[in-house]
Design a protein around this ligand. Structure first.
Ligand code: HMG
Ligand code: MG
Length: 291
């Protein structure tokens, strides 16, 4: 029997947060609806962050109100603080995500506080989410390298991942924010994290700056991970991480997983329709890679 790999579609958030010009709300909604038809278990739909920091996602509430929710799909949003959590709760988010960094430089540039201060901010959020029965995912960014601080030690990733888990995050997504990871550095980092957290509670989030994301998926699969983040059409980047290119493309991930005997439950034709829509509404040229 083939083994299941969960693909966590992050394009509407991690992709559209970086698009200039800003994508109109109705098009974001249409994209999420197309993705819902592809059968994802999780779609990261938008972020409840400061509109001054990420104007691209200032319409988060309208997006959440406009989408047609498919039973079986959980609609997740990013929330950096209590303010964001309260808005996300009012918008009916199924799941929220807090996002920390393994490097101080990126933490300050991205969320305007130190790593330690970010954890203090997340505490009441996790407590409120626990009371409301809303699951919280934790991101660790810059798990290999930081655009400001350079190389990141695996132990720094382990420490912040453990802290998020301790606080109650049900899953930790390990973000190679600028796509600097190579199999050797990713496996060193995973070895450190796996010493304290089981693979079933980890996800790989690889940006594909130098076409190494699939090599990093391969090493993560070997080390037991079975959840990966990817973005339709390879959308992606972070306004606060110069050099960060797109996320791993969801169809490239499918092309990689299926011949290796992993099933994902994703409807390819529906995914392709979403991919064509991305090409029509963004500047993104969809590239197909043979492997
Ligand atoms: P700050 O300026 O220190 O916050 O920003 P503040 O508390 O002083 O608030 C400033 C203003 O924002 C105030 O409004 C607040 O009300 C408002 P004003 O009084 O000036 O009119 N505000 C909010 N509005 C809506 N929703 C909120 C919210 N919070 C405050 N939640 C803050 C701190 C964290 C808010 C800011 O830095 C921020 O929003 N940062 C988000 C940056 C971001 O979204 N980056 C991209 C996502 S992370 C990523 O892409 C990496 C990832 O993909 C993994 C990987 O690849 O590694 C996850
Ligand atoms: Mg990302």
């Amino acid at each position: 029997m083939s083994e299941h790999v969960r693909i966590y579609e992050v394009g509407p958030r991690d992709g559209l947060q970086n698009e200039i010009p800003i994508i109109p709300t109705a098009r974001k909604i249409e994209l999420i609806d197309l993705l819902s038809r592809a059968g994802f278990e999780k779609i990261e739909a938008t972020s409840f962050v400061s509109p001054k920091w990420v104007p691209q996602l200032a319409d988060a509430l309208d997006v959440m109100r406009g989408i047609i929710r498919r039973p079986g799909t959980g609609y997740a949003v990013l929330t950096p603080n209590m303010n964001g959590f309260e808005l996300a709760q009012a918008a009916g988010a199924d799941e929220v995500a807090v996002f920390a960094s393994a490097s101080e430089g990126f933490s300050r540039k991205n969320i305007n506080c130190s790593i330690a201060e970010s954890l203090v901010r997340f505490e009441p959020l996790l407590a409120a989410a626990g009371k409301a029965g809303i699951r919280v995912r934790g991101y660790v960014s810059c798990v290999v390298a930081c655009p400001y601080d350079g190389e990141v030690a695996p132990e720094a990733v382990r420490d912040i991942a453990l802290a998020l888990r301790e606080m109650g995050c049900y899953e930790i997504s390990l973000g190679d924010t600028i796509g600097a990871g190579r199999p050797a550095t990713v496996s060193r980092m995973l070895k450190a994290v796996l010493a304290g957290i089981p693979a079933t509670e980890l996800a790989g989030h690889f940006h594909d700056t130098e076409n190494t994301a699939l090599d990093n998926v391969a090493v993560s699969l070997d080390m037991g991970l079975r959840t990966f983040d990817s973005a339709v059409g390879g959308l992606g980047g972070c306004p606060y991480a110069p050099g960060a290119k797109g996320n791993l493309s969801t169809s490239a991930l499918l092309d990689f997983l299926e011949p290796r005997g992993f099933e994902t439950g994703i409807n390819r034709a529906a995914l392709q329709a979403a991919e064509c829509y991305v090409a029509a509404i963004t500047s993104k040229r969809i590239e197909r890679r043979e492997r």
